[in-house]
Design a binder for this molecule. Sequence first.
Ligand code: F6R
Length: 613
Amino acid sequence: MCGIVGFAGYQQAAPVLLEGLEKLEYRGYDSAGIAVSGVNGDGEPSIEIVKAKGRLKVLREMTDDGRSVPGCCGIGHTRWATHGEPSVVNSHPHYAKNKRVAVVHNGIIENYQTLREKLIREGYSFVSSTDTETAAHLLDKYYEKDPIEAISRLMFHIRGSYALGILFLDRPGEIYAVRKDSPLIVGRSEQGNFIASDVPAILKYTRDVCFLPNLEIVRLSADAIRFYNVDREEIQERFTQIDWDTEAAEKGGFAHFMLKEIYEQPKAVRDTVNPRIRDGHVVLEELGWDDAELAKIRRLQMAACGSAYHVCMTARYMIEQTARIPVDVDLASEFRYRDPLLEKDTLVVVISQSGETADSLAALREAKSRGLKTLAIVNVVGSSIAREADSVFYTWAGPEISVATTKAYSTQLAAVYLLAIALGRARGLVDAEKEAAMTQELLRLPDKIERILEEKERIQWFANKFSHSKDIFFIGRGLDYASSLEGSLKLKEISYIHSEAYAAGELKHGTISLIEDGILVVGVATQNALFEKLVSNMVEVKSRGAYVLGVTSYGNYSMEDVANYTIYVPRTMECFAASLVVVPLQLLAYYVALGKGLDVDKPRNLAKSVTVE
Ligand code: F6R
């Protein structure tokens, strides 16, 4: 996820672009850049680009708050790295050959590798590792006289998601933009016209905006805005008045970043999964290992902290079942000091959203010091864990602002599924038919998550009844135990209600003595073979006074014979069920905390990235 802004008007563009980018820093903050079209010393049209690594203030300092870059038309970008580490060369805008075109991009061009190789054969040279530079060169290639034609040709060749802001050297004073599956708005005002990824970027200047529909192109100058479809026909678009305040706008109208990020999960999972599935096969070329290499792995050792540790717990069940490889899972803080016995041919997998968690980094270093092959599943490109691991699997969740992880967690689960399928195939346990079925179902998960989100009111209503609880327990078996751990952590970290998760079979070994009248017990049951057993555990706690909430898949209606209240999620392959049940558990935690009037995004005593031991 990155932030884009563009301005064509009657005043200097660079200060306006910097102001806009400041409001979009929540979308990315590892580097930033602007491109302004103007005239050079010889009176020729020129596009001046200034870029800086780090927070926006570095770019501000470099440009004297924009004053040193003259011109009334430009585009800007604040980056959250996906392809290529955060650096000046990888930051946007990107030029094409002869600086004829400058481009800013938000999204992921899935087929950029193939396009890049083709362009190199045609004589184009690349300076960055980004997918965006491919779009810049393609535009240069297709651009003869008509920018709209060049853009529509580009759209036929790139796959994935994109919002692009474009300047053409010989069209000073004009900005072109197009989008597919990444947001883009167009704003109009007396001072000039705008494009932006999100409303806050331009709210200071205008509330009169058009949410650009998918696959549409816009051309704007200081005094005109024109819309085109992919067939280059001019069309009319409607503008609406924004009545949100700036703070609400930054959260896209959601009350909290956590809720916004819960809602971003379908897209985050799509972005992580789709580029890695081709013709029914999992393609993990970024790891640099082929199937023969994967087949040599005899054991997996996984280490992580907090929620990422729960992903490892899920992975253990999933990978052992799918690829029949033993998987050991450790809390990173334990792993680093327990002097583990690790045999060669063990792959050590560290999972981290931030890529900077001190214990996870130490676990990775411990594994490397023993000469073991390491794989990092990380969200932040160029982070310490990503840099130090032998191979990196990036989750493309975009920046996560809320302290409690939600969308990063979902993408980590998706990463683990893809890895499990690849390992299973390499070991001859997942044949082409099974791989096709599994990948097809993976591609459907985002839609199923969307369906759960549509029913959020039921969860909200339920959560309100329990926001004054003292203790809440979660129980599950197998994969559902791992999901219960995550549900319980989410609840306690933002609602401050004491909560524990148990493997349901453990209840009788001590814990059941904690059950009192009216206490809430959440039973998670998505695994057919364990369903009856979990239901019996729910009967046990209910008969001791517990109020029981069942979370299960549609079709398991016998849950209602026991549970006081039941939440259903769509059916999926059992091995992927964790991706669905976690959503109501996140919503439950969110609404319980909201009911208590707490600061959901910044829970007490917690930090987003734990860089100390
Ligand atoms: C819980 C949460 C934390 C993190 C943990 C690891 O909602 O966010 O438990 O999962 O601190 O952080 P990363 O993934 O950045 O290593």
